[in-house]
Design a protein around this ligand. Structure first.
Ligand code: APR
Length: 311
């Protein structure tokens, strides 16, 4: 059996951790791509991780390149190219800078890896995944944004911290945009199947919801020079692994809605089935009137940033 091939576009903070996780989980051979100025740096990262393999006992090959033709034949392309947030910036402040980068990346992926599943991480996520889809012309099943996998992991983390129960037993769904308008759905949150409303007070739950919505900003303030990268990379890998192993996982992801939840033509955080052909379908369920209202507000926020791309 031939090994899978994974391309990481942007070998910065998230890209470096992605490379590490791909190698340690032995998901496939990996190429890190970045701008010519960073070529030595990413070659260094690839070589450094190559030298972990004897101790980790994994057989995958890693390399770095600024020539995007090196992504030829990739099964998965993980896009992290772009500027991260600094304190005081919203994700939307990154729009113009990162849109130009995504334009270039979309061109390259279309040329060199048109059959790959492309997972976008670059912020503002909801606008960047839409832009990539429009500019690359790839089918909707092959383009997805990483948002809910991380927002859900944050919601689960805070529930586990507050209940002092295992994070492994916490399950929940976060829908909507990857920003403060996201909708952590309290009624879907359980620990070992027990609703959190039976374990925590309304005030505790409200505080957890708010902390989840602001979790990215909390880290930007702590890091001072950039945004989250360990948890971000881990969430991307969860999605990539679901595809590479045809797991049929249900992962909240920014997927193209064409009528689902009454939304048309927008990438929105929805429960998506990820399997061997990419985003295979979106699961739908009835929302309460209060949830519907929150979803409408997040759809309005996402539409606004998408409009700013002019695409
Ligand atoms: N092609 C390839 N790589 C590029 C390009 C390009 N056109 N433009 C920039 N890059 C690279 C940078 O050189 C850098 O190495 O993208 C990398 C980004 O890395 P960091 O600055 O460390 O940013 P990181 O924390 O990894 O975040 C990347 O993901 O979550 C989002 O908001 C975050 O938009 C940001 C992105």
């Amino acid at each position: 059996m031939k090994r899978k091939k994974i391309a990481v576009v942007g070998g910065g903070q998230i890209g470096g951790i992605l490379a590490l996780l791909v190698a340690q989980k032995e998901l496939g051979d990996l190429v890190i791509l970045d701008i010519p100025d960073k070529e030595n740096f990413i070659k260094g990262k690839a070589l450094d991780i190559m030298q972990m393999r004897p101790n980790d006992g994994v057989d995958v090959a890693l390399s770095g390149n600024s020539d995007f033709s090196a992504m030829e034949g990739s099964d998965v392309v993980l896009v992290t190219a772009g500027m991260p947030r600094k304190p005081g910036m919203s994700r939307d402040d990154l729009l113009n800078i990162n849109l130009n980068i995504i334009r270039n990346v979309a061109d390259q992926v279309k040329q060199h890896a048109p059959n790959a599943l492309v997972i976008i991480t670059t912020n503002p996520l909801d606008a960047m995944v839409y832009a990539f889809y429009k500019l690359s012309g790839l089918p909707k099943a092959q383009v997805v944004g990483m948002a809910g996998a991380l927002d859900g992991a944050r919601f689960r983390t805070f529930i586990a911290m507050e209940t002092e129960l295992s994070v492994q037993d916490v399950s929940c769904l976060v829908m909507g945009g990857h920003g403060p308008s996201m909708v952590p759905l309290v009624r879907t949150a359980t620990v070992g199947g027990v609703p959190i409303t039976d374990l925590l007070s309304a005030e505790q739950i409200q505080a957890i919801v708010k902390r989840t919505q602001d979790a990215g900003t909390e880290l930007v303030k702590l890091y001072e020079t950039g945004s989250a990268y360990f948890s971000t990379a881990s969430a991307v890998i969860e999605m990539a692994e679901a595809y590479l192993k045809d797991k049929q996982r249900v992962i909240p992801s920014a997927a193209l809605c064409e009528g689902e939840y009454g939304v048309n033509g927008l990438f929105l955080g929805v429960p998506a089935v990820i399997g061997g052909t990419g985003v295979e379908r979106i699961l739908e369920f009835e929302l309460s009137s209060e949830e519907r209202e929150m979803l409408d507000a997040t759809v309005a926020a996402v539409s606004k940033t998408v409009e700013e791309t002019g695409l």
